[in-house]
Design a protein around this ligand. Structure first.
Ligand code: ATP
Ligand code: ZN
Length: 224
């Protein structure tokens, strides 16, 4: 269903939420975030914000349900690969890489083990929330492995005897260290990105998106 107003999906709560809201504010979009609302209307522009879990944002764009979305490239790529495997629509346009949400998806192993390269992961069980990105990467390296799918507490899996290694998001490495693990292989570098659905847009929406992009450019440049 197409609406007159531009629909933008952003994370409701979590690591991207605050910076998304801040970016929109700096772009001059007037929004008052309050309570448990799923949709909030901008006061001064024809923009509606959808506040959702980040996991849902790539699908909302790929199904054409919302016009724009802000999402970590890690989540975007994981959903894209998953949808390709299920023969579901998996396309989007990348409008801009943003200047927040930086992290990397890495394989980590027991800190006392040696690591000589991906071949050391052959036959191992790896706990992760990103089975598709991991498989894509290790398939290309000719490594066969099994996964242990976990959506939380991935870093405790080796100690709990559930897996030999993990593949999880890392920013400082403190969580790995606290769990007796060390980063062995970076498989994906990620930042937050602004993406757009495929398909037709009314002319006024095209112009609004262009105006937003120009402002985002200005906001990011001003910080550099
Ligand atoms: P939701 O409740 O919306 O599903 P979540 O728990 O899946 O949230 P967050 O932990 O809020 O997700 O992380 C959202 C995104 O922030 C990640 O997918 C990633 O792109 C980015 N990010 C940046 N730094 C980190 C980090 N150190 N650990 C995890 N994610 C990070
Ligand atoms: Zn999530």
């Amino acid at each position: 269903m197409q609406t007159e107003r531009l629909r933008i999906a952003i994370q409701k709560k979590g690591r991207l939420a605050k910076e998304c809201q801040e970016l929109l504010k700096r772009c001059g979009v007037k929004i008052s975030f309050s309570g448990e609302r799923l949709v909030v209307h901008a006061e001064n522009m024809p923009i509606d914000l959808l506040l959702v879990r980040d996991d849902d944002i790539p699908g909302l764009i790929m199904d054409g349900v919302v016009d724009l979305g802000v999402i970590g490239e890690n989540e975007l790529e994981e959903v894209r690969l998953e949808r390709i495997a299920m023969a579901k629509p998996a396309e989007y346009d990348l409008l801009r890489r943003l200047d927040f949400g930086g992290c990397r998806l890495s394989v980590a192993i027991d800190k006392d083990n040696t690591y000589n390269g991906p071949e050391d992961l052959n036959g191992k069980r790896i706990a992760t929330s990103y089975p598709n990105i991991l498989k894509d990467y290790l398939d290309k390296k000719g490594v066969s492995f099994s996964t242990c799918m976990l959506n939380g507490s991935v870093e405790v899996a080796p100690r709990a005897g559930l897996a030999d290694a993990i593949c999880d998001l890392v920013s400082t490495g403190a969580t790995l260290e606290a769990n007796g693990l060390k980063e062995a292989e970076i498989i994906f570098r990620s930042k937050a990105v602004l993406i757009q659905r495929k398909g037709e847009f009314a002319q006024d929406k095209v112009e609004l998106i262009q105006r937003l992009l120009t402002r985002i450019q200005g906001v990011i440049q001003a910080k550099e």
